[in-house]
Design a protein around this ligand. Structure first.
Ligand code: HEM
Length: 128
């Protein structure tokens, strides 16, 4: 049975193709950011794959991440990595630039950035 959904961000921004553009642009930046390089794997292929699945469901699309990885438990999955306020800022900076490069239109660019800011705050687990 086809699920009919109204008013989710995922459909409004153009679905999976747009998520792919955003995530590709995001990890290109993460891979070059001096504050982030130390905690991310050198090869970001698998990280990007998981993030595409996660952001799809986070923005109201199909529950792809859960199907692949189970319950997100994002804070717990991030505990092995020292996420300081500086790293949160770096992550959000990469995301802001990626949202622009992926040409996500307003008001979605702002809505997405604010939603991700809340989650990023929740991921902090160390002081600088
Ligand atoms: C606040 C700054 C953040 C930092 C520094 C950070 C860092 C990381 C690192 C180092 C990994 C592991 C990469 C790997 O092993 O492949 C990871 C995984 C992940 N992150 Fe973050 N992250 C941050 C915020 C976020 C936010 C805000 C979200 C969601 C909106 C998010 C979603 C994910 C997901 C879905 C994964 C993959 C988890 C899995 O293994 O299934 N992260 N992150």
């Amino acid at each position: 049975m086809k699920e009919v959904k109204h008013g989710n961000i995922y459909d409004a921004i153009g679905g999976f193709e747009t998520i792919e553009r955003l995530v590709t642009s995001f990890y290109k930046r993460v891979g070059k950011h001096p504050d982030l390089i130390p905690i991310f794997p050198e090869d970001l292929t698998e990280t990007a794959r998981k993030q595409k699945l996660f952001l799809t469901q986070f923005f109201g699309g199909p529950r792809l991440y859960e199907q692949d990885r189970g319950h997100p438990m994002l804070r717990r999955r991030h505990l092995p990595f020292p996420i300081t306020p500086t790293r949160r800022d770096a992550w959000l900076h990469c995301m802001k630039e990626a949202l622009k490069e992926a040409e996500i239109e307003e008001p979605y660019q702002t809505v997405i950035y604010e939603k991700l800011t809340l989650t990023a705050n929740h991921m902090m687990n160390r002081l600088d």
